[in-house]
Design a protein around this ligand. Structure first.
Ligand SMILES: [Zn+2]
Length: 353
């Protein structure tokens, strides 16, 4: 990493900044759509409680073209820009309304702001909608207009970082993030996801291409995986690969749709299971990345689970202790099967796994 942090004084480890805007409810979707404005209302409630308890909350600035163009092409910006003021359907399940372009730019800007806070030595958390990780270089997809976490990762590189790790625990594979950085060794993309499942990508054998080989790290798990599976995958794969890669910044694509209550996902992660993943990521950031950690939300469609997990993420980052997993936490056969595939695919690149 080239001289980004050296002049910054160390901040307390519990320095957490939430980035959020009430405008995130302004991206309207058709009635019955799971990615709905009520998700932003839940985010606002959690943000208000955080603020009332003395937590820092900042509002985002819209992401400028130059930030979006690091991962999207001009045609995509023109397409999304062209939806301003109207309702449009961009793919089977991706819609815009009058203000969606403005809101999507704010979401990408919030992800950038979370990174900027992390680069001061603190922890940044962006509560955003629409989510981002399915958006491709040239098109919107799967509820996503701009790829918020990818914009944030490329922003970090533009600020002088050499290596950024992105861990994506959304139940869906982040196809957009994978392909944007598929040939780029400066971004390690680690995804745990239900497989086979939407969007169809994310096989263990997808490991990157060219100079990016070994820097896409997919952990595909069968439907039905729960806390024990996710815990084992973190212990045996996610934490070791983060340690070996030694990124300058850890970014999290925080999708809460692997929760047991989620209506779209088929996984059984509990609220406590999510907190344990967050705690593991926080430890990894402290060990590998100088504590620099930024979290950007993705999916999560059960409002009760979303609220609990968002609050849990803030609490964990603020230093609240996380109880260990209960003994006899369940079967790990889905994780065992996934880990075998991952080891086979990644052995040439990560021999210590
Ligand atoms: Zn998802």
């Amino acid at each position: 990493m080239r001289g980004v942090m050296e002049s910054q004084p160390a901040l307390p480890a519990e320095d957490v900044q939430l980035v959020f805007s009430e405008r995130f409810s302004g991206h309207a979707t058709p009635a019955g759509h799971p990615e709905r404005p009520a998700r932003a209302t839940v985010m606002a409630d959690v943000a208000r409680r955080w603020s009332d308890a003395g937590g820092a909350v900042a509002g985002p600035a819209p992401a400028p073209d130059r930030a979006l163009l690091r991962v999207h092409d001009q045609l995509h910006l023109d397409t999304i820009g062209g939806t301003a003021g109207q309702r449009m359907r961009l793919d089977a399940d991706t819609f815009t309304a009058a203000d969606s372009e403005e809101v999507a730019r704010l979401a990408a800007g919030a992800a950038i702001a979370a990174v900027d806070h992390a680069l001061t030595g603190g922890r940044g958390v962006a509560f955003v909608r629409p989510p981002g990780h399915h958006a491709e270089r040239d098109r919107a997809m799967g509820f996503c207009l701009y790829n918020n976490v990818a914009v944030a990762a490329s922003h970090a590189l533009s600020r002088g970082l050499d290596k950024v790790a992105v861990v994506d625990y959304d139940v869906h594979h982040g196809n957009g993030t994978q392909w944007m950085f598929y040939e780029d060794p400066r971004i390690l993309y680690v995804s745990l996801h239900q497989y086979p499942f939407y969007p169809g990508t994310g096989a263990a054998g997808d490991v990157g291409r060219g100079r990016g080989e070994g820097f896409t790290f997919n952990v595909p798990m069968a439907a039905g995986a729960g806390d024990a599976d996710y815990g084992l995958v973190f212990e045996r794969a996610v934490e070791p690969v983060l340690e070996a890669y030694a990124a300058d910044l850890l970014l999290v694509s925080a999708g809460y749709d692997a929760h047991d209550r989620d209506p779209l996902g088929g996984m059984h992660v509990s609220t406590g299971g999510y907190a344990r993943m967050d705690a593991a990521l926080l430890r990894a950031a402290d060990r590998c990345c100088g504590g620099r950690l930024a979290v950007v939300t993705e999916g999560g469609y059960d409002l009760e689970a979303l609220e609990a997990c968002l609050a849990g993420t803030l609490d964990v980052l603020a230093g609240s202790p996380v109880p260990p997993a209960p003994a006899g936490n369940g079967s790990t056969r889905r994780a065992d099967a996934a880990l075998e595939q991952v080891r086979r695919a990644q052995a040439p690149f990560w021999p210590a796994l």
